[in-house]
Design a protein around this ligand. Structure first.
Ligand code: NAD
Ligand code: MG
Length: 294
């Protein structure tokens, strides 16, 4: 059995313990703790010298992407909420351990002025920007439309739709060919859960944003793609993203009978960021373990 097969077969399967956290939650407090590639990701120099900004880079998918990008030779800036400092500090150390420049930029992306400052600071501290990963996301389940408040709806759209618009707009002032923008959508964009009415809409928005923007930016040599994850074991889920009963059985109905670990999706973000993929743009790339949703 190869190292990879051994690792994949060893990943945890449901049932998981109940583990409610207050959003946004900390990955370090999850049981089992997710594999973000801290020791398991092996780089091959595919992003040598690139400069990347990743929102939501402290935990989950964004953390796995940050670690992978550093292992592949990129300098990385991460954005996250101030209350996630503990998770973020670990990511910063891991990037530095790879000998790369690591930049921590906490703040709330629901604010347009912050989004503009975020990009300016990232560009200033990284000395450029080649890769933008719009990955921060808000997911809070509500059983009924009546329970979904205007504040919820507004917060989900600000985080998942407005922020990528504001951040990308600011980033385009600095990004030059060859560059890559990657948006984190979801299988929810085409197969919405009843309890994620607002969230699912925002992920559909991101898929369409990706396709339209790719047409605008193709002539400038900037590629735009989206990744649509299926169930991945991240702190988003137990921190109000799903009812606890669903957290217990998260990923059980997939062909492998388990959720993905964040490290398992990082290679897709590496490939889409790499210049090797120079003819790939305007597409939504699904990673859902074979459900074939998109
Ligand atoms: P996560 O909680 O680890 O990451 C989400 C991050 O978003 C947080 O760490 C936080 O830093 C950031 N964030 C949220 N609100 C913010 C705000 N107002 N300002 C700044 N940052 C904010 O969970 P994750 O699952 O890794 O989520 C990453 C992305 O993947 C999200 O867009 C999510 O919607 C998407 N996604 C996740 C799954 C899954 O099963 N985990 C499936 C499909 C899509
Ligand atoms: Mg987090």
């Amino acid at each position: 059995m190869s190292d990879n097969e051994q690792r994949t077969n060893a990943y945890p399967t449901p049932p998981f313990p109940e583990q409610p956290q207050t959003p946004p939650g900390l990955a370090s407090e999850m049981d089992p703790v997710p594999d973000h590639g801290e020791t398991s990701y092996k780089g091959h120099g595919r992003l040598t010298g690139k400069k990347a900004l990743i929102t939501g880079g402290d935990s989950g998918i964004g953390r796995a992407v940050a670690i992978a990008y550093a292992c592949e030779g990129a300098d990385v800036a991460i954005n996250y909420l101030p209350e996630e400092e503990e998770d973020a500090a670990e990511v910063i150390s891991l990037i530095k351990a790879e000998g790369r420049n690591a930049v921590a930029l906490p703040g709330d992306v629901r604010d347009e002025t912050f989004c503009q400052n975020l990009v300016e600071q990232a560009v200033g501290k990284l000395c450029g920007l080649d890769i933008l990963v719009n990955n921060a996301g808000r997911q809070q389940y509500r059983e009924t439309l009546e329970e979904l408040t205007t504040e919820d709806f507004d917060s989900t759209f600000k985080t998942n739709v407005y922020a990528p618009f504001w951040i990308t707009k600011a980033a385009l002032r600095h990004m030059k060919a060859p560059a890559s923008i990657i948006n984190t959508s979801s299988v929810q964009a085409v197969k919405p859960s009843a309890v994620l009415l607002d969230y699912a809409q925002t992920k559909a928005c991101l898929a369409v944003f990706t396709k339209a923007l790719a047409k605008q930016l193709g002539p400038k040599g900037i590629r735009v793609n989206a990744v649509a994850p299926g169930p991945y074991w991240t702190v988003l889920q137990p921190s109000g993203g799903q009812p606890q009963e669903k957290v217990k059985h998260f990923g059980e109905s997939t062909p492998l009978g388990r959720p993905g670990q964040p490290v398992e999706i990082a290679p897709l973000y590496v490939t889409l960021a790499s210049d090797e993929c120079s003819y790939t743009s305007g597409q939504v790339w699904c990673s859902d373990c074979g459900d074939g949703v998109i």
